[in-house]
Design a protein around this ligand. Sequence first.
Ligand code: ATP
Ligand code: MN
Length: 456
Amino acid sequence: MTSSHCVERATPWPFACGWTTRKMTLIWGFAVARDDHGFSPLHWACREGRGGLVDMLIMRGARINVMNRGDDTPLHLASSHGHTDIVAKLIQCKADPNTVNEHGNTPLHYACFWGQEAVAQDLVVSGAQVCVCNRYGQTPLDKAKPHLRQLLQEKAEKLGQSLIKIPYKETFWKGTMRTRPRNGTLNKQAGIDYKQLSLLAKINENHSGESFFCRWQGDEVVVKVLQVREWSTRKSRDFSEEHPKLRIFSHPNILPVLGACQSPPAPHPIIITPYMPYGSLYNLLHQGTTLVVDQSQAVKFALDVASAMTFLHTLEPLVPRLYLNSRHVMIDEDMTARISMADAKFSFQCAGRMYSPAWMAPEALQKRSEDINRRSADMWSFAVLLWELVTREVPFAHLSPMEIGMKVALEGLRPTIPPGISPHICKLMKLCMNEDPAKRPKFDMIMPILEKMQDK
Ligand code: ATP
Ligand code: MN
């Protein structure tokens, strides 16, 4: 097996310097962002033998059979590196022991090649085929040294496996079943040919434009057609400069803009984002779905959002004009909350208009955005989101946006915390909603608090 056949890559830096699980969450984005090979966090954790992190990722909804660009699954990596405990965990979580990568190699091919005897035996016990050929006609047994070959052969026979070679099969037909990382799925190019879009159904129309549910290259997406008055070459140039900043694929709690284009004849800027079956957190909490958001789910959502915000706050400069509120948080099919980059506004979109003042910090309503600390203001918005999660009410529902803006900015209107709310959450909310922006905590400081709440 030449090096191109195997799943080796250089050790990514966060692991090289002994990061803890929590710190890993903080720099999660970077770990993957630096990676051109489509590795998900689960891939890295499995490769590096970080059992605790693997548990956490699985608990938080990481997909077990996710593939990198070479079609390696986390099981391929854990097997190559001989992490028996992680292999057991993955198998227990229904990882497919016979999954093949682009070379037709199964996890067992690698366990054999690297002489990972314990792992190889466990894989066989879990149903891995010892005689399946890769693209080059080699079976796992061909890769093993004589001692291991003998061992596996006996084990396989005992389990009733036939030792006749199974020829390599092209698996392109598996196309739709394969789960590449969400990060990579649609990461083809920023520029999109609008002719490829088939708009299926309008899902929304508002001040900023229209949104459609759509299929694009086999994936379900939402296409936002932005409404802009007097489209100009200047605006067109700004659009081209700004939309790539929203293509953030490296964090599980961030929903990227996949790409963008400008459709003729009267150009409309268009942005595309993955379709999220549950819509926004606002939809989920306030618009009568049958799903119940209980206390533990609420804390999980808060943790998802805080994790995304921690990452976004490491960016310098920050993503411009991205305001945190429950309409901008989307809920994925596995109930993961993801902050939607499609909800960041472009420079040409009604500058200065505040559509969701209820979530905005008082100072953000009063001053220009250049004159405030955006990170502290985001923390206030997070506190309102927490309030919303635990009360399951719309903040200041009885007032118009205009009234809310005025009253919060000038008359000291604040969300009131009703009785019966968990004292821990109550305390956290008050901490994050400090009147003095400088005294509000940072997102990385509240992550452990939320994690503790989740354990309870
Ligand atoms: P704004 O234009 O200021 O962002 P808005 O949030 O009301 O206002 P959209 O972002 O177009 O407008 O979203 C409208 C609705 O479309 C949302 O309430 C949500 O239900 C749905 N929606 C938006 N993005 C997605 C998505 N990626 N997946 C599924 N539904 C979405
Ligand atoms: Mn929106």
